[in-house]
Design a binder for this molecule. Structure first.
Ligand code: XMP
Length: 536
């Protein structure tokens, strides 16, 4: 399959470049800046990402690009563009007085340059740089400027090599996707053969071949990744797949029952295990967050393995690992770090082989594949939920009563988010659509629920805290509930979501009126970092 290679120099938006290329139905791989696969015959073009570094800094990344430049079409973005200029005789990059951050307009573009096909005069782009190219090498030709950036884009004479100072991958660059299309499709010649349909067809065929008549076990969590992996495998091998869904007693209200029902409707061969008694017993009296996590992790492996051992002749363990879990991330010292890989629960003595059918997909692609497979929308758009469940959202020790209180409050909050619709236009609407939120544009306007606009939400029971309140004529002395909602693209960083006041007021009233044991509601306005998304 044709592919674009994105060489990562450590920018926050590298993964976004990858997602945009995939939106153009083109496969791409993100690799560390010095790991270009020179012998890969499927490569049709290369993108050099941005970086937090300066090209002239001592610790800057200066890979040897001779196997790339002139051999493949190349697009350098920000640092990538500065790097090619800096490494060529006559090029000079210097700091700008103040960091240029925000919207700018392409006041001038070279007529007929293929990179700008379809661009309108003054097209808005997004700048984010502390350095700028002050002198272009003689073999480089300026092809665009903004009011303040003279070399906003260039092309190398006689080569299919371009550099842009702005970020076409971010949604504020209004024609950014058009620029990437011009590069990926027109210049690199992508056949645009990477789509949900082709992924499903190809993966189902590969899984059939890989697995043959073997049996496969898969742990379901109710989340979108493991659910899509299960449906995909079910399509390939049907009843040779056994799914295990463990209820540790700390799921959301009715979640075990509802999700089991969904899975059964999808035709999955699923074993539901209610192990809540064991988890509650082992957690009794434990207040330390790490200790709680350890107990839940250990119990989960135990319960899962006991169930898995019952499946005779199992040869494979399937997991819903996705591409961002596997991308090697760079740190500024140039060392590569392997990001976390969720292999907990592998029953070692069964000698299972690992099957990861979603390992090349970004989260939004997993959702698209889920739709392609006909899965219900509420399973596909479900927020991430932590493995230890509500246990990490109850401060202090865990009891079934506390879980019950939190389930009720959380249910009111989540239902409220789903039912509250907001109309969006312009950039806001485009940003939400670009993030993969399912909505139809009508008269330039979209309607989405608050739930679909945010990354993740949940309630937290502050059961170690009590405060005084009054209900009717009665004094109350109960626990507060904190509400959390964040926007994010990958959970590595997150902002607290600015929910409408009328929504918060309604939810607060409903929780305090209906949930016994709660007399106060607070909203968590901490971003990540320095706070984390979960409280424990
Ligand atoms: P934090 O709290 O670290 O969470 O900002 C980042 C993302 O990870 C989820 N999370 C977990 N997911 N097992 C999981 O499967 C866990 O133990 C766990 N802890 C946190 C969290 O919900 C958020 O999406």
């Amino acid at each position: 399959m044709q592919k674009i290679i994105i060489l990562d120099f450590g920018s926050q938006t590298t993964q976004l470049i990858g997602r945009r290329v995939r939106e153009l139905d083109t496969f791409c791989e993100i690799l560390p800046y010095n790991k270009f696969p020179a012998d890969d015959k499927d490569v049709i073009g290369v993108i050099l990402s941005g970086s937090p570094l300066s090209v002239y800094a001592d610790n800057a990344f200066h890979p040897d690009l001779t196997a790339i430049l002139g051999h493949y079409p190349v697009l350098g973005i920000c640092y990538g563009a500065q790097l090619m200029a800096h490494m060529t005789e006559g090029g000079r990059v210097e700091p700008v007085g103040t960091r240029e951050y925000g919207r700018a307009n392409l006041e001038w573009m070279e007529d007929g340059n293929p990179l700008f096909r379809g661009f309108i005069q003054g097209s808005q782009v997004w700048m984010s740089h502390g350095d700028t190219i002050v002198s272009l090498p003689p073999t480089f030709r300026k092809i665009a400027s903004t009011q303040t950036v003279q070399y906003a884009a260039y092309q190398v004479e006689g080569q299919k090599t371009w550099g842009v100072q702005f970020h076409p991958e971010v949604f504020h660059s209004v024609q950014g996707l058009q620029l990437l299309r011009n590069f990926v499709v027109d210049i690199c010649g992508s056949r645009m053969d990477w789509s949900s349909q082709s992924f499903v067809d190809q993966t189902v065929a590969e899984l059939k071949q890989q697995i043959g008549t073997d049996r496969v076990i898969l742990g379901l969590s109710g989340g979108v990744d493991s659910s899509v992996a299960a449906v995909l495998l079910n399509r390939a091998i049907g009843n040779q797949l056994t799914c295990i869904f463990v209820d540790h007693g700390m799921l959301r209200k009715n979640e075990f029952h509802d999700v089991m029902h969904d899975y059964e409707c999808l035709g999955l061969n699923v074993v539901g295990v209610d192990a809540s008694q064991k988890f509650f017993a082992d957690l009794a009296g434990v207040t330390d967050p790490e200790q709680k996590r350890k107990i839940i992790g250990r119990d989960f492996v135990e319960v899962f393995n006991a169930e898995a051992q019952k499946i005779k002749d199992a040869r494979w363990l399937a997991q819903g690992t996705i591409y961002p879990d596997r991308i090697e991330s760079l740190n500024i010292t140039g060392k590569t770090i392997k990001s976390h890989h969720n292999v907990g629960g592998l029953p070692k003595d069964m000698h299972l082989k690992l099957c990861e059918p979603l390992k090349w997909l970004f989260k939004d692609e997993v959702r698209r594949v889920g739709r392609q497979l006909g899965m219900p929308e509420h399973l596909i758009t479900r927020h991430p939920f932590p493995g230890p469940g509500l246990a990490v959202r109850i401060l202090g020790d865990i009891t079934p009563e506390k879980v019950h209180i939190l389930q009720e409050a959380d249910d009111i909050y989540i239902k409220g988010l789903r039912n509250y619709k907001v109309k969006l236009t312009g950039e806001e609407a485009r940003r939400v659509l670009a993030a993969g939120v399912p909505a139809d544009m009508q008269d330039g306007e979209i309607e989405v629920s608050l739930y679909d606009q945010i990354w993740q939400a949940g309630a937290i029971l502050l059961s170690t805290v009590r405060s005084v309140g009054v209900m009717g004529d009665e004094r109350t002395y109960e626990h507060p509930v904190a509400l959390r909602a964040v926007t994010s693209t990958d959970a590595m960083t997150a902002d607290w979501a600015q929910l409408p006041y009328d929504f918060m007021s309604r939810v607060s009233n409903e929780i305090i009126n209906k949930v016994r044991g709660v007399n106060r509601v607070c909203y968590d306005i901490s971003s990540k970092p320095p706070a984390t998304i979960e409280w424990e």
